[in-house]
Design a protein around this ligand. Structure first.
Ligand SMILES: [Zn+2]
Length: 220
């Protein structure tokens, strides 16, 4: 995609975020979903050419749809990208900040040279900050719910210095989810099915909202 178009898309996103804030500054609890990768960055690719960037975008779209249908409109889901475009990590965190989001969830899928590697990994930032405790708590909740409801093996909550986490941790709990391995036959087969992506979106959405009132980060 041409650079000017990407810049225009990003400016529109920023503008939309400002309009949203102006409309309803206090009433909305804003959750930002960051579909990992996009555009010429496909992320991990499975043997059937299943691309991480497409899975993350579809799950984000489904979470947005669930939010529109099922909630009382006090929770607003905002996606970092709505199409197959690449947004830099720095711009992703800028958007989350501009939106005054109360939670950030970055969606990814995993890949390993070991074809037997499988399961869900959840990352939070490896430093103490105002919201690192809430982020760690949410990470454990997400992992437990994905395990109990969908049978995903838990690989643990891990601590890392990922940019998207590091640059947001002072402002909101931020968590990065690795939703299974595209290098594993079973999990790739699972992620190929539209109903699986819906199931993932549903479990994530319900986990996000079930304790929505407990986060200190909303309403600052
Ligand atoms: Zn990724």
């Amino acid at each position: 995609m041409k650079k000017w178009f990407k810049n225009v898309s990003f400016m529109i996103l920023l503008l939309k975020s400002c309009i949203l804030l102006a409309q309803d500054l206090d009433a909305k609890k804003i959750i930002v979903i960051d579909p990992g990768h996009g555009g010429n960055d496909s992320g991990a690719i499975g043997v059937n050419n299943l691309k991480e960037k497409s899975i993350t975008l579809e799950i984000a779209r489904l979470i947005s749809e669930l939010a529109e249908k099922n909630h009382d409109q006090t929770v607003e889901i905002y996606q970092i990208r709505y199409s197959d475009t690449l947004i830099s990590l720095g711009d992703r965190t800028k958007l989350a900040k501009a939106l005054n989001a109360g939670l950030l969830l970055s969606l990814h899928c995993n890949h390993s040279d070991n074809p037997d590697a499988r399961g869900v990994e959840v990352f939070v930032v490896n430093q103490n900050s105002r919201f690192s405790e809430e982020a760690t708590w949410l990470a454990f909740q997400l992992q437990a719910d994905l395990n109990h409801n969908l049978g995903f093996e838990s690989r643990g909550v891990k601590f890392a210095n990922f940019q998207v986490l590091r640059e947001t941790t002072d402002l909101m709990p931020s968590v990065l989810l690795e939703l299974g391995f595209l290098s594993n036959d079973d999990e790739q087969g699972y992620l190929l099915k539209p109903e699986s992506l819906y199931a993932l979106a549903l479990v994530i959405w319900e986990c996000l909202i079930k304790n929505i009132d407990s986060y200190e980060s909303f309403g600052d």
